[in-house]
Ligand binder design. Structure first.
Ligand SMILES: NC(=O)c1ccc[n+]([C@@H]2O[C@H](COP(=O)([O-])OP(=O)(O)OC[C@H]3O[C@@H](n4cnc5c(N)ncnc54)[C@H](OP(=O)(O)O)[C@@H]3O)[C@@H](O)[C@H]2O)c1
Length: 355
């Protein structure tokens, strides 16, 4: 039984009432299934420029798992509620809030902790209102993966229409975003995925999103698509796997090509091929979207990026990643696969708090 002063917010409209939020909290770093606990937390009525958000959906991203494990440079003060990006609905605002209203859908404008919670307080300037025409799965997952794909396509190499972008982990949420942005912007997206039995199903799914070609890790080793002129040799490659998969990307790069590493799913170090590095003068760069958001918080490029991505989403030209919505309460049972190191999950899990 909930105490009367802490009823769920939808049933409390009194001026001094607080909300009793349900949240996935951890007190120590460790494996998420060991350390996460479903707790109830009192959230006070918003004051001044504060906004009370009812979280509707929040994905389980690899970065969330790494933060909980203590393997990420961002180390939150413990105990803390897990989760970083979300879409929510404003259900109350402080008396100094000018630019946001009750009922609006919002996404974060800051690297947040605490998204795996039914209710959270933010400052007005930490939120961006989004149209309800943008789907919940799209809005909940925009801040990390689509922004990563967008920046990596814009910030490292000046691509021309018809240019090729080569990337591994091409069925990941970032990979799916790369395919869709390449289609929208006129680039050829060639994706590499791990070998698997149902490869044709996966090829079809990725091609529907905009991939020009999907090759397995075995196929990329022997392909002649660049030698034959079928595709331009890539000037830009994205690596989220490492190990030999990264070596293959680098081997196919054009002269002065750039490989941007943004993840290390195999946990193997990147092996760089010596000959191409020397004779093609390759460059190896890294990218972290959380750093980019922090450093560019007030820059027009960031405003433009959200505008572009949200427009594509509203027009149905950019869809959220293949996903399954799971209730917060069933986190442990439903999301084991999302946390598996082996991969082959096939979808992203999104915590569904829209009730
Ligand atoms: N630096 C940044 O700013 C930034 C931003 C966004 C994401 N990331 C990173 O990018 C990566 C992908 O993130 P996401 O949210 O797009 O992931 P996701 O949707 O969960 O997809 C995971 C991807 O990793 C592959 N994978 C899983 N385990 C693997 C393993 N042991 N060896 C090789 N590949 C494996 C999966 O392929 P299978 O289907 O073959 O398992 C899939 O392509 C993560 O490392 C994440 O931390 C970094």
């Amino acid at each position: 039984m909930l105490r009367p002063a802490l009823l769920p917010y939808s049933r409390t409209l009194g001026r001094s009432m607080s909300v009793l939020a349900k949240a996935l909290q951890y007190e120590h770093h460790g494996e998420p299934l060991d350390v996460l606990q479903l707790v109830e937390k009192k959230v006070e009525k918003p004051k001044n420029k504060q906004v009370l958000v009812k979280i509707l959906a929040s994905p389980i991203n690899p970065v969330d798992v790494n933060i909980i494990q203590g393997r990420y440079p961002i180390k939150p003060k413990l105990p803390t509620v897990a989760g970083s990006e979300f879409v929510g609905k404003i259900i109350d605002i402080g008396n100094e809030v000018k630019g946001l209203q009750n009922g609006q859908h919002v996404i974060p404008l800051v690297n947040t902790a605490g998204a795996w919670s039914t209710h959270t307080i933010y400052q007005e300037d930490q939120l961006l209102a989004v149209s309800e025409k943008v789907g919940l799965a799209e809005a909940a997952t925009i801040y990390i993966n689509p922004c990563t794909a967008y920046r990596m396509l814009k910030d490292f190499v000046h691509l021309l229409p018809g240019d090729t972008v080569l990337h591994n982990g091409a069925n990941s949420a970032v990979g799916q975003a790369v395919h869709q942005l390449c289609l929208a912007w006129g680039f050829k997206s060639i994706g590499i995925v791990r070998d698997r039995k149902e490869i044709d199903v996966l090829r079809d799914q990725m091609k529907k999103l905009g991939a020009s070609l999907i090759l397995t890790e075995s196929e990329i080793r022997t392909t002649d698509i660049f030698k034959s002129g079928e595709f331009r040799r890539p000037k830009l490659a994205f690596n989220c796997v490492g190990g030999k998969s990264a070596t293959e990307l680098a081997r196919h790069l054009d002269h002065h090509g750039v490989m941007v590493t943004y993840g290390g799913m195999s946990r193997e170090p990147i092996e760089v091929p010596t000959g191409p590095l020397i004779f093609k003068d390759l460059a190896f760069r890294g990218f972290a979207v959380s750093d980019w958001h922090t450093k560019n918080h007030d820059k027009p490029e960031r405003t433009q990026m959200f505008k572009d991505l949200l427009k594509l989403m509203e027009e149905g030209k950019f869809v959220g990643p293949a996903c399954e919505m799971v209730p917060l309460e069933q986190f442990k049972e439903s999301a084991k696969a999302a946390l598996s190191f082996e991969g082959f999950t096939g979808k992203k899990f999104i915590l569904d708090m829209n009730n």
